[in-house]
Design a protein around this ligand. Structure first.
Ligand code: ADP
Length: 467
């Protein structure tokens, strides 16, 4: 489409070469006139092009207008801009004004091959009057055009691409044409370099912002963790110190025992008084142990300092043992174990794998309502054993599912339904680390609002048929 905004000038007749005769004054006059005309034309073309450069700041807006204007001003049928690929091995067609747009995105020309590849390799302009006489890397050129003038795009001696103009009919491009296109190439190069710098700047800003957001999320998570850790550690420590004070009091009272009270009666009374604080003491110690244990495990797993005591073991028996312990410890809850296969043998550390089953069960007990059942299952899945723990708790929102396996991550909005333990957001991280170190996988299937099924798989060593 012709450009409506170009200044009006006469299109030159490019098919008539100017004859020069230095001996004829009239011809010399003609020569000097045509030189003036050519110069005037160059100025007009450059002016028309520079206007575009001033009007548009975005490369994507600038280039189509610029190429179209070059096409009109130079009265050519096609203007093509090729850019060097990031590996520097080839040129790809980047923008076209003319029929070659049909192959945009399909052309890749190795440096040194064909017309554009030669211009890139030699970094010299090239004029070809008849494209049928030279090897081309892009057959479209030869099929549709007769003559070509191409120039390299150089920024501080660094090649960034090639610009070529083409005509359907034969045309003898002149050195003046070549100089003009080289001048245009300087415009285009500086526009591209400026856009690349802007893009680089924008990308750096985006990267920096992303980094800041990640860092902020990590800091918030760490702050949250420190808040919970200090709170969780303080409660059992308070219990311990209270128990210490009570023991102290008891010792004091022993001194002040009523002289009429028998030894036996006194001990029964003292034991009854001491039982609740000692129970609190024990559960406080257990809690401390668990928290500190999780922190230690996390540090050791991260530093690959956990030793696994591998042995062949039957996973059905192991899971059955852990589930039975939970059934006894939480007798008010309904914890089921689906019918078990006869035996499924894996190689692993029984304590560590038991720890993962315990983590899954603890979470199910913690996050699901107390009246809803929990079901554990052991089954064979091809060459793996698959263990699942299903609960009817709140489930996990889809966008949080991958994060729950990260250190210190606790899904916002999920709070324990029962038990006082909040947790440090380490259980699933530890579980995943243990299972992956056994060459297994972990995951969760959950419909938010409708419970969760946490699973892990471990490679099977041998298996007998299902019961
Ligand atoms: P925490 O000590 O917080 O329980 P975990 O690593 O075991 O740490 O779990 C990470 C987070 O995953 C929990 O804070 C909770 O948001 C979510 N989660 C884990 N298990 C369940 C479950 N069974 N139901 C719902 N949410 C769960």
């Amino acid at each position: 489409m012709p450009d409506q905004n170009v200044p009006e000038i006469d299109a030159p007749n490019h098919n008539q070469a100017t004859r020069r005769d230095p001996l004829s004054g009239q011809d010399a006059q003609q020569d000097s006139n045509s030189e003036h005309l050519a110069l005037l034309r160059q100025v007009q073309v450059l002016q028309a092009i520079s206007e575009v450069a001033l009007e548009q700041t975005k490369l994507d807006d600038l280039l189509p207008t610029l190429l179209r204007r070059i096409q009109t001003m130079l009265a050519v049928d096609n203007v093509a801009l090729l850019l060097l690929t990031s590996d520097g091995d080839a040129l790809t067609l980047y923008r076209v004004s003319g029929p070659e747009a049909a192959v945009l995105g399909l052309v890749r020309i190795p440096i040194g091959h064909g017309v554009a590849g030669t211009i890139a390799a030699t970094r010299q302009p090239l004029i070809i009057e008849n494209l049928a006489t030279v090897p081309v890397a892009n057959p479209f050129l030869r099929e549709h055009f007769h003559s070509l003038l191409g120039v390299p795009l150089l920024a501080d001696n660094r090649l960034i691409g090639v610009l070529h103009i083409d005509t359907v009919r034969v045309r003898q491009f002149t050195d003046e044409d070549s100089q003009m296109v080289q001048a245009l190439a300087v415009y285009i190069t500086s526009a591209i370099v400026r856009a690349q710098q802007d893009n680089g700047e924008q990308q750096r800003r985006l990267d920096a912002e992303r980094q800041r957001a990640i860092l902020q999320a990590a800091t918030e998570r760490m702050d949250g963790f420190l808040g919970i850790a200090s709170h969780e550690l303080r409660t059992p420590i308070t219990n311990l110190s209270l128990t210490g004070q009570l023991l102290d009091l008891w010792l004091y009272q022993q001194h002040s025992r009523h002289p009429d009270e028998s030894e036996g009666a006194y001990l029964v009374r003292a034991a009854a008084a001491l039982r609740p604080p000692i129970q609190r003491f024990n559960s406080g110690v257990q809690r401390l142990n668990r928290l500190v244990g999780d922190l230690l495990d996390t540090a050791r797993l991260r530093e690959q300092r956990v030793e696994f005591h591998l042995q062949r073991l039957d996973l059905t028996g192991l899971v059955q043992g852990v589930v039975t312990d939970f059934q006894l410890a939480s007798s008010s809850r309904s914890i089921h174990l689906s019918p078990l296969p006869l035996s499924l043998i894996i190689e692993g550390d029984p304590d560590r794998i038991g720890q993962v089953v315990s983590n899954y069960l603890t979470n199910a007990l913690k996050y699901a309502p107390p009246e809803r059942p929990i079901t554990a299952k052991v089954e064979r899945a091809d060459a793996y054993v698959r263990i699942t723990v299903h609960d009817e708790g709140p489930g996990i929102p889809e966008d949080k599912r991958e994060h729950i396996w990260e250190r210190f991550y606790r899904a916002p909005g999920t709070s324990p339904q029962s038990g006082s333990l909040v947790g440090l957001g380490l259980g699933l991280y530890i579980s995943r680390s243990i299972i992956e170190r056994h060459h297994g996988h972990v995951g969760v299937i959950s419909v938010y609002g409708h419970g969760s099924t946490f699973w892990f798989t471990l490679p099977l060593v041998a298996a007998t048929s299902a019961a």
